[in-house]
Design a protein. Structure first.
Lengths: 591, 162
């Protein structure tokens, strides 16, 4: 791109032609106060008017996020007129905003509060009527509170970009405008998959996970045996909440912190992931050799399962009947661990720490109960775990690195760790399927062809003793749809498909710490393009560090089958570890 | 979507098909459906969504943005009272209040017998004859609250005989 000459605050700079003033200023070392601190192609409407600046050649002040630089332009960010205008813009946003900041769970990550402080916005500068507001806390995964919505539309764009879904949209007009699912329905009464991607981009507390910290507090008070288990992807991101650079694995400190929160056992869901591979790998082999429905599709991601039930009811036989790892592990805790410790399963309370909001929904499913007892009682996100750690007074970075509990379960392999990144379940499954068919381990252990960290479709062909297994991987429903339509049209060439709900897999789940460049001054400018890769790398590194890296070589898993379950896909496995699916109407009748 | 008859589904698909070569077909599709059925409920929007690939939320947003579109069935006679600036200063509020009082409905609502819908309109461009009222396209110039009972009586009688 050609360079052009501009001046900012009277100082000459050369910048790329075609950039917006905001981008050009950033490149020159100026952060114009704006609500674009996340703007990553997911808002380009310039409607919030926060980032106003003076620019020669323009009539009045211009919104720097959409106004392009021009040769000879002189820009004033700090002029009295620009400063005052930005303050007024924020005051206007605040005039219709529910300012109960101290109760708001977004506090500390709120971009509106940040820009309000930056611009010196005064309280009630434009006091007046408030729009009618709505609070949706019906869905297990997500909460929508329109009293905090500033109508920026990032969530609308994210839902479309990630999933092609567009559950959220602008509704009504003028002062009555809200962002909501059609008919202002609850997420629970719409075909929302509750993945939480909208929560990740919301600049305020309008969209949040449905917190379950209270449930855990109540379980402790009631004297339950409270057991916690954490998913692979959590360790790759939890550190961000405590100032660690993105991509720092904090496995040991996380285990230490959870132990100090009072959980009777702290387990790694990687054990459940290894168990999933034993069951799912066996299921795949059966389908391949006995003529079952192919391609088989993974079922670990509850967001994806929701999408399938809403949109592809005819393809549900393709889904593996395996429960997801934390549900399997929850079932084992209540059936096996409780029995070994002479505890009534009804007195056991299982808490899953997940990078995910859809898991909150998943644990409520009737199909995820054994004899009426739920496998998992509460699901909290990575962010909620950070809140629990912070309120308990622990200084996270001073905690020692401690191991997970591995008394009679909990040991894990490298295969379990990589479940947290797109392609990981596929790779872990192939390591085991290869061994089962050939009697020897795949060399090298890694199957890099299935790796990646972004949305989009990857495919690979694996030669197993002369049998070619064609596999495909997709994350985000927009990519998944392509593979699903192929199956529906009878054109799919694959035997095994991995689908994850969130683009990039669990490392980018809807319950992960917010990535907001403005609150991450030590990260590089391109962090929004690189954070997924960095978190994925944290998991691949942990896999490499493991001595045992194939699920079938996990000694405690072998013991579990020997002493309790019998064989993979056996009778007891089916009762405890497998589930079923049912097509659902997206916009169901609301009573 | 279970509530829609097969013929209705087919017709909505046919309407969507009319504009399949357009870049932005939504407004035209919704206009045709509004004209054909008098309203655009959610089940119909779901079909339009399937046919066009536009999300239901976006379609719902358009339907609720433009007052021309309706989510509920309109009455046999749609009374539009202009409340634009010129009509307003000439007493349009009294006129619409009178309609409201006699029909016992608020603006935007439809009478229980399905005969009348009362709509408050912004400027309809007939400022010279303010305050203006339209009923199914017929314009009533320089309306006053006093004329309202007679106008309504006319349509009530016509509606009963038709």
């Amino acid at each position: 791109m050609a360079k052009i000459n501009i001046k900012i605050e009277g100082i000459p700079y050369q910048v790329e032609a075609g950039q917006t003033i905001l981008e050009a200023a950033k490149a020159c070392g100026y952060e114009i106060p704006s609500l674009c601190t996340y703007n990553h192609g997911e808002c380009n409407v310039g409607s919030c008017r926060v980032c106003l600046v003076e620019a020669t050649g323009a009539r009045g002040l211009v919104a720097s996020c959409v106004y392009p630089v021009a040769e000879g332009m002189e820009i004033r960010i700090g002029s009295p007129a620009a400063v005052e205008a930005r303050r007024h813009s924020v005051e206007l946003l605040l005039s219709n905003h529910n300012k109960n900041c101290q109760q708001c769970e977004k506090n500390g990550h709120c971009e509106l509060l940040y820009v309000a402080q930056l611009t010196g916005a005064r309280d009630d500068a434009f006091a007046g009527a408030h729009s009618e507001t709505y609070l949706d806390q019906v869905a297990p995964g997500l909460v929508r509170d329109t009293s905090k919505c500033i109508l920026c539309g990032r969530c609308v764009e994210r839902c479309k970009n990630a999933h092609g879904l567009g559950i959220l949209g602008f509704e009504n007009r003028g002062f009555s405008t809200i962002v909501s699912p059609a008919e202002n329905r609850s997420f629970a009464d719409s075909p929302c998959i509750q993945c939480g991607q909208c929560v990740n981009v919301c600049p305020t507390g309008a969209l949040m996970e449905h917190s379950e910290i209270d449930k855990i507090d109540a379980a402790f008070k009631a004297g339950k045996h409270v057991i916690a288990q954490a998913a692979p992807a959590v360790r790759a991101a939890l550190g961000e909440e405590f100032g660690y650079p993105i991509g720092t694995p904090v496995t040991g400190k996380m285990a230490a912190a959870m132990r100090r929160l009072g959980f009777e056992r702290v387990y790694d869901v990687n054990f459940g992931a290894d168990l999933t591979i034993m069951e799912e790998g066996t299921e795949l082999l059966k389908r391949l050799t006995e003529g079952g429905v192919l391609p088989m599709i993974t079922s670990c991601s509850p967001g994806w399962v929701n999408y399938a039930e809403y949109n592809y009811g005819d393809l549900l036989p393709h889904l593996s009947s395996c429960k997801s790892p934390h549900q399997m592990q929850g079932a084992i805790i209540k059936a096996w661990w409780a029995k070994q410790n002479n505890i009534d399963p009804k007195d056991v309370f299982v808490v899953s720490v997940m990078p995910c909001t859809a898991k909150k929904f998943e644990k409520e499913r009737e199909q995820e109960k054994v004899d009426g007892i739920p496998d998992v009682d509460a699901v909290i996100t990575t962010r909620e775990l950070a809140r629990m750690i912070k309120r308990s007074g622990m200084l996270f970075n001073r905690l020692p690195d401690e191991p997970w509990d591995q008394d009679i379960m909990g040991d894990y392999t490298g295969a379990g760790v990589i479940f947290g990144v797109t392609g990981g379940v596929m790779e872990a499954a192939l390591r085991t399927v290869y061994f089962k068919l050939t009697g020897k381990e795949h060399d090298p252990i890694e199957l890099t062809a299935v790796r990646g960290h972004d949305a989009g479709i990857r495919e690979a062909s694996i030669d197993i003793n002369g049998t070619i297994v064609n596999v495909a991987i997709a994350s985000g429903m927009k990519s998944a749809k392509v593979l699903l339509d192929e199956i529906r049209e009878g054109k799919s060439k694959y035997q095994f498909i991995e689908i994850m709900g969130c683009p990039g897999g669990c490392i980018n789940g809807g319950g992960q710490p917010y990535v907001r460049p403005v609150f991450l001054p030590n990260e590089a400018d391109d962090i929004l393009d690189t954070y997924k890769e960095k978190r994925a790398q944290a998991l691949y590194t942990e896999d490499e560090r493991q001595v045992v890296r194939q699920s079938h070589n996990n000694p405690q898993i072998a013991e579990l089958y020997e002493k309790f379950l019998g064989e993979p896909n056996g009778h007891l496995s089916h009762k405890l570890l497998h589930t079923s699916y049912a097509a659902r109407e997206g916009f169901n009748e609301v009573k | 979507m279970g509530g829609l008859k097969a013929e209705a589904v087919a017709q909505i698909k046919e309407i969507c098909g009319r504009y399949k070569d357009e870049n932005t077909p939504l407004m035209m599709i919704l206009s045709d459906i509004q004209n054909e059925y008098g309203y655009i409920p959610l089940d119909v929007q779901e079909i339009v969504s399937q046919e066009t690939g536009i999300s239901v939320a976006e379609i719902y947003g358009v339907v609720t943005f433009y007052s021309f579109f309706s989510l509920t069935p309109k009455g046999k006679y749609v009374i539009g009272c202009c409340l634009g600036t010129a009509c307003y200063v000439k007493g349009a509020q009294n006129v619409i209040d009178k309609f409201s009082e006699i029909l016992k409905i608020k603006p935007g609502e439809t009478t229980a017998d399905g005969l009348f819908t009362l709509d408050a309109l912004r400027c309809i461009g007939a400022c010279g004859i303010a305050p203006a009222v339209t009923i199914n396209g017929t314009v009533y110039p320089k309306m006053s609250a006093g004329q309202v009972p007679d106008v309504l009586a006319h349509y009530t009688k016509e509606g009963a005989t038709a």
